[in-house]
Design a protein around this ligand. Structure first.
Ligand code: FEO
Length: 388
């Protein structure tokens, strides 16, 4: 359990969760990491802690650098339990440490773990001198929780960004270049799509704000995944994703009872493909919603299909649409389609959700029982229109 020095006396002392596959319903097919960083100077600060189950692993890494009892400060950038559930045990080991966090984080920590800690509250713009190194705190309200903040090590130009710029991937590699920058960007995209997509306007504002602050950032060390030695790559990607810049891609998502909605999905896919679009066809029960959301992020168009059952949506499609609605995709054309027997309420409900999301909709396609040749041709043409 070795620590990794990411920059002058700043050590990664986190933990690797190789086997976790579920992060609040987000399929983490390659596991994840909980990153914690030890900043060593005259005073010693531990920035963020790990999930409770991994405290032993993190403490072993810390002990390779300092005795945990020598830690002066524990900085809590974010209280979500994947980071804070290890805090009680870490605070017991770092028995004299003062916890440093935002006021909202203090309120949240007390609600989660009770009173009993010495807590110093800080706000964006405040600084904490450790010796030669200075920690500057950056307000990250609602990115992605109300109490979130980031910590910037001024002299080393390292941004300890917590969840922002993170990726859910377990790996032995600690840096983007070792994992492969393109691969790191891919996992950052999966993470962004499933956790940060709904916060696009806040992210755009925060990126502008950071630019105006004139922070020189040589390295971004998030609380999940690898450290960015190429911060410009991930910042550029965030700008693109937060602006919903799209690829020539059509994503079709469906479920089917007796293959009729599936036939429509395939015909739409063929139509879109005939125009040269990159087509992704997903089945809501066979494919991962995390993968679908990742493709939706930069798709130009989406189509969602459902059969009607009990006068409404097929339940798996309803679940997926609840997920999609929460992610608030923007700037896309959208098509609702499906087969029905007595009424087409499922398609009407998909259309209503698209309108609620303010997506640019095409006329929905509703087909009674089995699609005829003519109806399949119509589905093909709608695919062509989506791709165009
Ligand atoms: Fe990594 Fe929002 O917790």
């Amino acid at each position: 359990m070795k620590p990794v020095e990411i920059k002058n006396n700043i050590f990664w002392v986190g933990a690797i969760d190789w086997s976790e596959r579920d992060f609040h319903n987000f399929l983490t097919r390659r596991g994840l990491t909980y990153n914690s960083y030890l900043v060593v100077d005259e005073k010693i600060a531990l920035v963020d802690t790990v999930k409770h189950k991994f405290v032993g692993e993190s403490l072993e890494r810390i002990k390779n650098v300092v005795d945990p009892s020598q830690i002066d400060y524990i900085i809590v950038n974010h209280i979500e339990p994947d980071h804070s559930s290890g805090l009680p045990d870490i605070a017991r080991a770092a028995k004299d440490a003062v916890i440093v966090c935002s006021q909202r984080a203090k309120d949240g920590l007390q609600k989660y773990y009770g009173d009993g800690w010495e807590i110093k509250t800080v706000k964006g713009g405040d600084e904490l001198k450790l010796g030669n190194k200075t920690l500057a705190f950056i307000d990250m309200t609602m990115l992605h929780w109300p109490e979130s903040m980031a910590t910037y090590v001024k002299e080393d130009k390292v941004l300890l960004s917590n969840d922002a710029f993170g990726q859910h991937i377990a790996s032995e590699e600690r840096f983007d270049e070792d994992l492969g920058v393109e691969e790191a960007l891919y996992w950052a995209k999966v993470y962004y799509a499933n956790i940060l997509m709904p916060l696009a306007s806040l992210i755009r504002r925060k990126l502008d704000e950071i630019q105006k602050l004139g922070l020189e950032i040589e390295m971004i060390a998030p609380s999940h995944g690898v450290v960015w030695k190429n911060p410009s790559k991930i910042i550029e990607a965030y700008e693109k994703w937060a602006n919903f810049e799209s690829e020539n891609k059509v994503v079709i998502v469906y479920d089917s009872m007796w293959n009729s909605t599936e036939k429509l999905a395939v015909a739409i896919a063929e139509g879109a493909g005939s125009e040269g679009a990159d087509v992704r066809l997903y089945h809501v029960r066979k494919d991962s919603w995390a993968d679908i959301a990742t493709d939706v992020l930069d798709a130009k168009a989406i189509a969602v299909g459902s059969p009607t059952i009990h006068n409404g949506l097929f339940p798996p499609v309803a679940g997926f649409l609840t997920y999609l609605k929460g992610l608030k995709p923007q700037k896309k054309k959208a098509l609702a389609f499906g087969s029905y027997g007595w009424n087409g309420n499922a398609v009407k409900e998909i259309q209503r959700i698209f309108e609620e999301l303010k997506l640019e909709t095409l006329d929905p396609l509703m087909v009674k029982f089995r699609p005829s040749e003519e109806e399949l041709r119509k589905a093909f043409e709608l695919g062509v229109e989506l791709a165009k």
